[in-house]
Design a protein around this ligand. Structure first.
Ligand SMILES: [Zn+2]
Length: 413
């Protein structure tokens, strides 16, 4: 008696694209008019379901279908996009959630065994103020209020002022922590945004958790010297040591198993063609799903930098830019997710998530959490060419619905 209609989800995604996108892509940047138009569209899609709907103190919208038990199954996503974003990032999760609410409502005549809540998180992307996971980090209690209070957009508008425009009182945003009081499980579907499932030729994967991140600036300090008069063996070349780091991070990542390391920027001083480099600053971003492995990658990078500095007769200093611990998801929910995928398309794969997601904040708040990924074509996101095969979109709605049903039974136990 399932009324699940994954084709309808695809049709609604296209409707949303026509309503809130342009030739450059999706334009639902959080707290803008287009975002609000998108959210009105979302409300119109659930108008005939018996849901309680409200916005919480941080602007997240909650759609609640009351069940026999107060214990709640949460399904989450985000309607906001980056400027010129793709047509699936975030909104696939929400619209698939709508379809699942329709199915559950029909199957249980409006009263499922547990309460089911869909949440549309506000400003997951952080496109305007440069800080992602706004709504979910307020909810988990981890939003840094002092930092957020000072955030400014390109036009000099402060975050609290932008929030007031859409009726949100910044000083009260964390009041929404109470929304998680009865949360027994949290599920999030998302496009992979990377090439792993594509390379394996698989439509769907169960996500093990989100990577922890160690982000540092590494500065090598040498000595500027004339490029003509200084013999090679007399140089204190800061760039030479930095260049050796560039190769070393590939070895460090390879030794770590599933970790990744990126040198994203390199700046030199004095930065002129006729001088040996006096100072070279690199940024190093390291990510791993396993805490000890991440710590090991960081230690190895540090040791390598000291060795290359000593060999090159230069000095090195480190500065931590940012850090977040790995956020492993719930083992039993990962198993249910894996099972739902196998039942839907025969084969599954377990993989970590490189990008952060709202699910990481919910997991951090102590709610058992899992994510499901669907293959991304081109392995690309945050771009208008972001795409997923329609047959895979259908499969992901079907598998995610199975997961929701299994999670309801799991909560009841
Ligand atoms: Zn997203």
């Amino acid at each position: 008696m399932s009324t699940l209609n994954p084709q309808r989800t695809i049709a609604e995604l296209k409707e949303l694209r026509a309503l809130t996108g342009d030739p450059e892509g999706a334009q639902r940047v959080a707290f803008t008019r287009t975002w609000l138009i998108g959210r009105e569209f979302l409300r119109s899609k659930v108008a005939d379901l018996p849901l309680e709907i409200h916005n919480d103190a941080a602007g997240n919208t909650w759609f609640t279908l009351r069940g026999e038990s107060e214990k709640a199954l949460l399904i989450g996503g985000h309607f906001d996009s980056v400027p010129n974003g793709g047509w699936l990032d975030g909104c696939l999760n929400v619209l698939a959630g709508v379809e699942i609410l329709r199915r559950i409502n029909a199957q249980y005549s409006g009263k499922p065994p547990v309460t089911v809540r869909l949440v549309d998180w506000a400003d997951e992307e952080g496109a305007r103020f440069g800080k992602s996971l706004f709504g979910s980090s307020a909810c988990s209690g981890n939003l840094d209020m002092a930092e957020a209070r000072g955030l400014v957009d390109r036009n000099g508008i402060k975050l609290p002022d932008a929030l007031r425009e859409v009726g949100i009182d910044f000083e009260r945003v964390k009041d929404n922590g109470k929304e998680l009081a009865n949360a027994a499980a949290y599920l999030e579907l998302h496009i992979e945004q990377g090439p792993v499932l594509l390379d394996l030729g698989l439509p769907l994967g169960a996500v093990l958790g989100t990577f922890g991140v160690e982000r540092h600036a590494i500065t090598f300090h040498g000595q500027a010297a004339h490029s003509g008069s200084t013999p090679m063996n007399r140089r204190k070349d800061a760039f030479l040591a930095a260049a050796r780091m560039s190769q070393e991070i590939y070895k460090i990542a390879a030794r770590s198993g599933n970790g990744v390391c990126t040198i994203g920027s390199c700046t030199t001083k004095p930065g002129i063609v006729t001088s040996v480099v006096e100072e070279c600053r690199l940024t190093l971003d390291q990510r791993h799903l396993d805490s000890p492995a991440l710590a090991q990658m960081f230690q190895e990078a540090r040791a390598a930098s000291e060795q290359f500095a000593a060999e090159g007769n230069v000095k090195v200093s480190w500065e931590r830019l940012w850090q977040i611990a790995p956020r492993p998801f719930h083992d039993e929910l990962i198993a249910l997710c894996d099972e739902s995928i196998r039942e839907t398309c025969g084969q599954s794969h377990k993989l970590p998530s490189g990008p952060l997601h709202d699910a990481a904040e919910v997991a951090r708040a102590g709610v058992p959490t899992v994510m499901m990924f669907v293959q991304s074509l081109h392995g690309i996101s945050h771009n208008k060419i972001e795409d997923t095969k329609e047959e895979h979109l259908e499969l992901c709605v079907t598998a995610f619905d199975k997961l929701a049903e299994k999670a309801m039974r799991w909560i009841q136990k």
